[in-house]
Design a protein around this ligand. Sequence first.
Ligand code: SF4
Length: 364
Amino acid sequence: MPDSRKPVTTGGSGELLRDQVKSLALTLGFDLAGVAAALPTPETEYLREWLAKGYGGSMQWLERSVEERVDPRRVLDGARSVIAVAMSYAGEGGADRTDVHIARYARGEDYHVVMGDRLRALGWGLEALVGRSVAARSYVDTGPVAERVFASLGGLGWIGKNTCLIHPEWGSYLFLGVVLTDLELAPDEPGKDRCGSCRLCLDACPTGALVSPYRLDARRCIAHATIEDPGPVPMELREGQGGWLFGCDVCQEVCPWNRPGPGGLADPLGLRERLAPRDSWIRPSLEWVLGLGPEDWQAATRHSALRRARHRGLLRNALVVAGNRPDPALRDRLQEHAQGPDPMLAEHARWALARLDAHETAGA
Ligand code: SF4
């Protein structure tokens, strides 16, 4: 696998320019950078089959953008190259099985903002490099582009059996972004799969969402249930949700490529500081979350990726966690929601109260 942190000038105008672009990306604060050709990817058939099986769950927006996702030239007319970048968020770990957790990526400032600023700067920097106007369009989880596929094709790692992009040194706690451009850049060597015979992520998934290696059924995934799906958490997933209030990192926590983390990383542009976990979201108090009103929610999630779950969604998630972490101190809050005006939240609260009753009866 090429070293995506230390571009080597290898000669040839496409290669020279590619290495200059990668150097620019690293200067702008990204940890990894690589280049792939803007062509239809091997992911094409996989995505169609995955959607046909219903594995996309409530993410219908994926189906509406299949043609763009499988061919970046449909996203940017005349695109020739995809510049893929990554930034590590491995800083704060430590979700254990007795706490209330938020997926690591969502504990600090919204990565869309932090990465988006840098990606736009990279797009502008291309023009400075070549001395002419350049067509460029950047995305960080915000458009019809399969970032992890292009990251893998651009040498930033491989897509593991847990379906995350994994770099052999940086692991998988990586924010990914891409810049599509009409610049002709020599592509990097794709990353090589290093999962081998390991299947720790498949065995660890508490809801069996990894139905086979490299195949995730989003309908059984805690991240999908707690973030993407606005409806009730399916009954068969509730116990498996454990203490996950937003998202889930289990398939990454168990991955050997995430141990040990890089640690002690430089932060000349203050980007890691912006992404660092906010105190309130490292191990949030369930009572506090269950008591958040609409205005509190707005204030607590300012510039946070947590907003994707919406206020109602986070309350729903917190009620499931309360059912999995029975605590008599939460009874009043649960009763408030059980008698509240929202039928979905009331049902989740009744479920949590029943679990609390059963817990107290068992302990009596
Ligand atoms: Fe691959 Fe093992 Fe990591 Fe799963 S846990 S992604 S099988 S290395």
